[in-house]
Design a protein around this ligand. Structure first.
Ligand code: GLP
Length: 230
């Protein structure tokens, strides 16, 4: 996945990248950070948009995706802070913040390469399984399992994980010109299997990636365990 990023930036130094958080991309960011520290990765003309952020916590909160991105990538690369976009989870007006974010993505010319992780329940960003999905950036309620999965960013306490978040919508993600989804570990095997072989269903938000013309899945053997079967 790091190679995908370096290739895209080599082809277009001003590329627009969509970035995920979570445990899965940590090794990716470690590699990119090392290249950044060595000065061999040039983000000076790039633009990034993060997928999502918890609602109701500030950028300095250690559990925020702002803090995560700062720690894992932004403090290591020469990306101007004005072009590192994240949703402001501390906003007083979530709906307006979501509209602002959509407009910023539009103004940047759309996302060239969207990197994604996947939740064990098939969520992407914070587009959780349910009876319907939202197309645009929106305010989302988090499932208990998703809050538990994010507890490591909140001192291991899932009750400390906010109940809501702001997230790019399914349409925001699917409008990216190219998508790379990354999954590791056996806890993702079922979600990966349903994403690749299952029906399109709002119960598995990632299944909608089947509609995209340029999506690539990078996974380890454990996450790929269900791919031979239907
Ligand atoms: C989180 C994030 C997603 C991430 C997913 C998987 O809740 N909102 O963007 O891809 O869940 O996280 P992890 O990589 O830690 O399993």
């Amino acid at each position: 996945m790091a190679r995908r990023v370096t290739e895209v930036l080599a082809a277009d130094a001003a590329a627009v990248l969509g970035l995920p958080t979570g445990r899965t991309p940590m090794p990716l960011y470690r590699l990119l950070a090392r290249l950044g520290d060595e000065g061999t990765l040039d983000f000076s003309q790039a633009t990034t948009f993060n997928l999502d952020e918890f609602l109701g916590i500030g950028p300095d909160h250690p559990g925020s995706y702002h803090a995560y991105m700062q720690q894992h990538l932004l403090s290591h690369v020469n990306l101007p802070s004005t072009r590192a976009h994240l949703l402001r989870g501390w906003t007083e007006d979530p709906e307006r913040e979501c509209a602002r974010y959509e407009a910023e993505i539009e103004d940047a010319g759309g996302i060239d390469l969207q990197l994604l992780g996947i939740g064990a329940n098939g969520h992407i960003g914070f587009n959780e399984p349910g009876p319907h999905l939202m197309a645009r950036t929106h305010r989302a309620s988090l499932r208990p399992g998703t809050r538990r999965a994010n507890a490591i960013f909140f001192g291991g306490d899932s009750d400390a994980v906010p109940k809501e978040a702001l997230s790019m919508g399914m349409g925001t993600i699917l409008k990216a010109r190219r998508i790379v989804l990354m999954a590791t570990g056996k806890s993702k095997a079922r979600a990966v299997q349903r994403t690749v072989h299952g029906s399109l269903t709002t119960r598995v938000p990632a299944s909608f990636l089947q509609l995209h013309r340029d999506v690539e899945l990078i996974c380890d053997h454990a996450a790929a365990a269900g791919l031979g079967t239907r």
